[in-house]
Design a protein around this ligand. Structure first.
Ligand code: DX5
Ligand code: ZN
Length: 220
């Protein structure tokens, strides 16, 4: 299994303390920063545009882990790659779970020098994607319904993680398994034991001291 990476989700940043919190985040042991893009259609919430990613990128040394929860995944993959994404994760459901369209978009994202990620909502099976993990750099398992931070972890999503870990180990794939939603010091242990190597955490990290919260997720 790969080295554990923590990807704090800046959806949970306290925007009244933006510069202070970004400095703390920049100096933390988080290697990635998770940037949630929502369009108000694919999910019932609106968040960031590409100019905000450009701004964050100027002050953060981390890998920009961009998760697009939008209907027009093809268009916005390019928009956010142009703005500086290092990892670009789109939703399987945005492409109607069409495997050939999903693989084509992954090929395109990789051709732009960016890691290609595919995410599944809680109700979407991960099984069809498992035969195509050679094309996917990051498999993002949602452990809450996408749209909002601060929701409770859905423990039954760990079965998807176990299956993906099994297929990755059997085939020697280098795909990362990232989990997103409801991660704290307790659920992080469950996620790691099931086979996750990349943990997104929003409210847990930003509602306390950022650097010690990141360390607590690394030291479980
Ligand atoms: C939810 C987002 C998550 C969210 C996680 O749609 O994709 O990245 O920020 O927040 P917490 O860790 O608070 O569940
Ligand atoms: Zn996310």
């Amino acid at each position: 299994m790969k080295k554990l990476i923590i990807s704090p989700s800046i959806l949970s940043l306290d925007y009244s303390k933006t510069s202070e919190q970004l400095k703390e985040l920049a100096n933390s042991k988080a290697e990635w920063v998770h940037f949630d893009v929502m369009d108000g259609h694919f999910v019932p919430n609106l968040t960031f545009g590409p100019d905000m990613l450009k701004g964050f990128k100027k002050v953060l040394p981390q890998v920009m882990d961009v998760h697009i929860m939008v209907e027009d995944a093809k268009k916005y993959a390019d928009v956010f790659i142009d703005a500086g994404a290092d990892v670009l994760t789109f939703h399987s459901e945005a492409l109607q779970n069409d495997l050939s369209a999903i693989c084509d978009l992954c090929v395109h994202i990789r051709s732009r020098g960016v890691l290609a990620g595919v995410s599944v909502r809680p109700k979407t099976s991960v099984e069809p994607l498992l035969q195509h993990l050679d094309q996917i750099d990051v498999l993002l398992i949602m452990s809450v319904e996408p749209g909002f931070g601060g929701q409770a972890f859905m423990e039954d999503m760990l079965e998807k993680v176990r299956r993906a870990r099994e297929v990755i180990e059997q085939n020697g794939y280098s795909t990362r398994i990232e989990i997103d939603g409801g991660i704290n010091d307790k659920t992080a242990v469950l996620a790691r034991n099931a086979g996750c190597d990349t943990l997104v955490a929003g409210s847990y990290v930003f509602k306390q001291d950022i650097q010690s919260a990141v360390e607590s997720l690394l030291c479980q």
